[in-house]
Design a binder for this molecule. Structure first.
Ligand code: FES
Length: 160
């Protein structure tokens, strides 16, 4: 077991998983809802917890892994409490999105696709947020930020 797995178990005990399993006990087809709730509470889906869910639901672990790896919403590795989606689509790229990404990577000390060591932020690149009129744009969780410049990055991150 990795240290990160142990950390996850410390933060999210099996008795809490039991509560979620109990809640969905008599509902067929509730596996995705269970996985969503556990991930929301834990931040990701550690292997130890997936084994525990498999035992509790009697759904084979291979099937659970099939679901977790199919849906982009699930993560098998620790994620930050906040997810930054920085757009590198055409409109944002043309308006300097690359410089904003570089600033984010510098401030957070990570590359796109990674999570900061304090588990505060996960940084992801997306190809369009549907808000090209705000280019260059990013989202943090459900908040939109547009007309970005590298200078605005520190202030925005400070809000989280
Ligand atoms: S290209 Fe960035 S929001 Fe559309």
């Amino acid at each position: 077991m990795s240290d990160k797995g142990s950390e996850a178990e410390d933060k999210f005990s099996k008795s809490e998983v039991d509560k979620i399993l109990k809640k969905y006990k008599n509902e067929t087809g509730s596996l995705i809802a269970i996985l969503q709730e556990v991930q929301e509470a834990c931040g990701y889906l550690p292997r130890e917890i997936l084994i525990y869910i498999s035992e509790g639901t009697r759904v084979p672990l291979s099937k659970i892994y099939g679901i977790v790896t199919f849906y982009a919403q699930f993560s098998l590795i620790p994620r930050g409490r906040n997810t930054i989606k920085i757009c590198q689509g055409t409109a944002c790229h043309v308006k300097g999105g690359k410089r904003v990404l570089a600033k984010l990577e510098r401030v957070l000390g990570i590359k796109a696709g990674q999570t900061s060591s304090d588990l505060k932020f996960t940084l992801e690149i997306v190809r369009c947020l549907g808000t090209c009129f705000l280019a260059p744009a990013m989202m943090i969780n459900y908040d939109y930020f547009g007309k970005l410049t590298p200078d605005k990055v520190d202030n925005i991150l400070g809000q989280y």
